[in-house]
Design a protein around this ligand. Structure first.
Ligand code: KG4
Ligand code: ZN
Length: 342
């Protein structure tokens, strides 16, 4: 069989993503984001996001087809994020994907968003090593996954017990008066700051688990900034951003490397929006090299939510000969990571 032509639809949060791949070759990755509509609320408003997906989905899909220079009839399969994510936004993508699949008579794969964040790397660095360790960090999740085979066997080793890493970036940015979403702004501000300015707490860093905690760190930063403001002193935004970012990157990379060593895994993959962070990427590269671990991080545009990642996982599933989802499969906002395909 020639490599499958797969359309992927992603609507789990505020990005309407439509991607088209042929096997591990990326043909199109079109995105319409509703992030500007949420900015003044300091976080994603689910109902607003759902409405935006409804309006953006069909035009985004048409743009993707044009970009890839293919027709709907040419597709071998359709894949869609079935969960986890926001219940209402997932529903828009799942309903659209079912409609297209039914009308076109194409097989449909309802897939796990987290597994798709790992699978996307095939588009940049080729087939995933088996096994590989995946550190997935975004606004909604922070997880360490042992990926034996991205089409069937994904095990959760740990996840955040409170805030996701990206959520901490967004909340700390707010405290520092930086716009939403805060990650990229903190990343930029930190370039002129001192990472050792304040030794902010590294939650759960040495507790021997593969879980994370960022709520204490976020609160410590807020308290520090408040105290400074109360004293009538200026807040050194660049230094606080750098010291906060250092604490996050330190814990994430330390646990990821420890997980690789504990499970005898030689390949670490980092994905999700926070994987776009320059300090996380640099520190991960440094620590992996010191431990003889190969590091794979997709380019930032493939790390944040997009349709290509869903198409990539769809292509892996088609190539592995997996049975498509039943037509009545549900959108599941709390889909467990062990369920790669519903
Ligand atoms: O994967 P993603 O696009 O959506 C979710 O599934 O949540 O991740 C979005 C998150 C936001 O919290 C954003 O602040 C964070 O990723 N982010 C970053 C950077 N770029 C995006 N965090 C740190 N540094 C960045 N450069
Ligand atoms: Zn995501």
């Amino acid at each position: 069989m020639t490599e499958p032509l797969v359309l992927g639809i992603e609507t789990s949060c505020d990005e309407t993503g439509v991607g088209i791949v042929r096997g591990s070759t990326l043909l199109a990755n079109e995105i319409a984001s509703s992030v500007d509509l949420h900015a003044r609320f300091g976080g994603v408003v689910p109902e607003v996001a759902s409405r935006a997906h409804l309006e953006a989905l069909v035009p985004t899909l048409h743009r993707a087809l044009e970009k890839a220079e293919v027709k709907l009839a040419d597709l071998d399969a359709i894949a869609v994020t079935a969960g986890p994510g926001l219940a209402g936004t997932l529903l828009v993508g799942v309903a659209a994907a079912k409609s297209y699949a039914l009308a076109l008579g194409k097989p449909l794969y309802g897939v796990n968003h987290m597994a798709a964040h790992a699978a996307v790397d095939i588009l940049e660095h080729g087939p995933l090593p088996q096994p590989c360790m995946a550190l997935l960090v975004s606004g909604g999740h922070s997880s360490l996954l042992l990926v034996e085979d991205v089409t069937s066997e994904v095990r959760s080793l740990g996840s955040t017990v409170d805030d996701a890493a990206g959520e901490a970036f967004d909340k700390v940015a707010r405290v520092l008066g930086l716009p939403f979403p805060g990650g990229p702004h903190i990343d930029r501000a930190a370039k002129d700051g001192d990472p050792n300015f304040v030794p902010f707490p590294r939650g759960k860093a040495d507790d021997g688990t593969f879980d994370f905690s960022f709520a204490g760190l976020k609160t410590a930063v807020a308290r520090w900034v408040e105290a400074r403001e109360r004293a009538g002193e200026p807040v050194p935004v660049a230094d606080v951003a750098a010291a906060f970012q250092e604490a996050v990157a330190d814990v994430l990379t330390k646990k990821a490397v420890a997980a690789c060593k504990a499970h005898g895994v030689d390949d670490l993959l980092i994905g999700g929006g926070v994987a776009a962070n320059s300090r996380l990427r640099a520190l991960a590269a440094e620590r992996c090299e010191a431990e003889g671990i190969r590091l794979r991080v997709p380019r930032p545009g493939l790390c944040t939510d997009n349709g290509a990642m869903v198409a990539a996982l769809g292509a892996c599933l088609v190539e592995a000969g997996r049975t498509p989802s039943e037509p009545e499969f549900p959108a599941d906002s709390s889909l467990p990571i062990t369920e790669v395909l519903v």
